[in-house]
Design a protein. Structure first.
Length: 89
């Protein structure tokens, strides 16, 4: 499970860092008809190198606070999750 704070309607989709104990993600889609949720799941699957069906919304469909389930028992998944965090110069 991955706990996120999501900001829809951004100019681009990106991980911006941590927000408390959650990963903060800006999503370049409006929160209408599930568009932002779909964009978020597509973005996470792509960045983690997983098939789209391996990433699903578990909680928070109507909220900025979301829980995403990731179905992958790959030993390098933790490293892929860490790669989502922006690097400080």
């Amino acid at each position: 499970m991955l706990r996120l704070t999501v900001v829809p309607g951004a100019s681009r989709t990106e991980v911006v860092g941590l927000h408390g104990d959650r990963l903060k993600v800006r999503v370049a889609a409006a929160p209408e008809k599930g568009a932002a949720n779909r964009k978020l799941l597509e973005f996470l699957a792509e960045r983690l190198g997983l098939p789209k069906k391996a990433v699903s919304l578990s909680a928070g469909a109507q909220s900025r606070e979301k829980v995403v389930a990731i179905q992958n028992l790959s030993p390098d998944l933790e490293a892929r999750l860490e790669s989502l965090l922006p690097r400080n110069p």
